[in-house]
Design a protein around this ligand. Structure first.
Ligand SMILES: [Fe+2]
Length: 395
């Protein structure tokens, strides 16, 4: 049993989950007497499905003025600064973001910068001159549509520039956790298969890594395990025959939310320690990078712990996850861990996760990624050689 250490659990916002839960937008605005919002959306799918209209009606019902912003890819400094400078004197009362992880991050960043008006770059950890953020923001309502990053529950907003001088950096403050979350199955059913696969692997990786983190605690573990149970029962179905099933989709949305709460409270491990720098330098979807690295990272962690730290509590925790994946009650601890790794490897194959090589990572440039990779809160500190092995195995 893990101890509480010094428990300091992050805020968990008001959460609405259900088919048609977007109707709660009106209540959320009314309770805060909000009369103008920035509405951040992703691609055209919301409009095509008629859902954008529905959402706007719930906002307009409260006599709210809407400034609409389209976020078509991960946001960089210039993009956020432009929106903030256009709107910061308008007395905007709230930001609502409806979309995937990039859209939620964009909305979160705007809500954090709107009352302040300076450049978001001032607060990013790109040089040693980063200024602390005061935490002052406008209320933020997150409506995720892809069941992946869990950004709706985290305290950081990611800003990304891909390429040679690329970066992936975050502004971070307890207050940035959203002030409301709506997970509506009628939105989630529209996520395409490829996005569902990548997002699902991101959520799965976040659940496992935050569960194995040395910083976790019993309350966090209970939420993570609940998310994992829903994900295990619904992931393959959401990517296949159950893609139109509202309950399946909402279970995946719930699992992603739990993964966000998990990582906000205990951080992540080696997979994200590699996937984040990869995402800054190569055009690889974050969930694809996480998913493709997950199986080999679990195996490397297990071998490293067995050799150098056989009493590491994560060996027991890995076995516990393996028990969720089989009805067989008579396996040994090692056999349950094998079951976990084997299941992840099977899902990686069945769902045809791409290899890193498809995104331009090869034997000539992978050393750079190895050097940029960090262990974060991995259950055991992996060596450069082990990190090199993980990446090479998935090129
Ligand atoms: Fe992630």
């Amino acid at each position: 049993m893990q101890s509480f250490k010094d428990l300091n659990f992050c805020n968990v916002p008001q959460i609405f989950i259900g088919n048609g839960a977007i109707k709660n937008i009106s209540d959320w605005l009314r309770k805060r007497s909000i009369k103008s919002v920035i509405l951040v959306i992703g691609g055209k799918f919301l409009e095509r499905t008629g859902k954008l209209n529905e959402i706007m009606q719930f906002i307009e019902k409260e006599s709210c003025i809407i400034e609409q912003v389209e976020c078509l890819k991960e946001s960089d400094i210039v993009f956020i600064d432009n929106i903030v400078s256009k709107n910061y004197k308008k007395g905007i009362g709230a930001v609502i973001a409806v979309g995937g992880g990039s859209v939620i991050d964009c909305g979160k960043a705007i809500s954090a910068m709107l009352p302040n008006g300076n450049s978001i770059g001032d607060h990013l950890n790109l040089s040693n001159k980063a200024l602390p953020h005061s935490g002052k923001k406008v209320p933020f309502l997150a409506i995720p549509t892809t069941s992946g990053t869990g950004a709706e529950a985290t305290k950081n907003a990611v800003v990304t520039q891909i390429g040679k001088n690329g970066y992936k950096s975050s502004i971070r403050h307890e207050n940035f956790i959203s002030d409301g979350i709506i997970i509506d199955g009628s939105l989630l059913v529209h996520a395409p298969k490829r996005i569902t696969i990548f997002a699902g692997f991101d959520a799965l990786t976040q659940l496992l890594e935050s569960y194995f983190s040395p910083k976790t605690n019993p309350l966090n573990d209970a939420i993570i395990l609940s998310g994992l149970e829903h994900l295990i029962d619904n992931f393959l179905s959401a990517c296949g025959n159950g893609s139109n099933d509202i309950d399946v989709r909402q279970s995946m949305g719930y699992a992603a939310l739990c993964s966000g709460i998990g990582l906000a409270n205990s951080d992540l491990g080696i997979v994200h320690g590699i996937a984040v720098p990869i995402g800054a330098h190569f055009p690889i979807p974050h969930g694809a990078a996480c998913g493709t690295l997950l199986g080999v990272s679990l195996r490397t962690n297990f071998i490293a712990m067995s050799q150098r730290d056989p009493n590491n509590i994560c060996i027991v925790k890995m076995s516990k996850i393996g028990q969720l994946l089989t009805d067989n009650k008579h396996l040994t601890s090692t056999e349950y861990i094998e079951k976990l790794i084997e299941t992840i490897d099977n899902w990686t194959r069945e769902l045809e996760l791409p290899r890193l090589g498809e995104f331009g990572i090869n034997n000539s440039n992978f050393k750079k990624i190895v050097n940029l990779s960090v262990n974060r809160n991995n259950p055991i500190k992996l060596t450069k050689k082990e990190i090199e092995y993980i990446i090479k195995t998935r090129i």
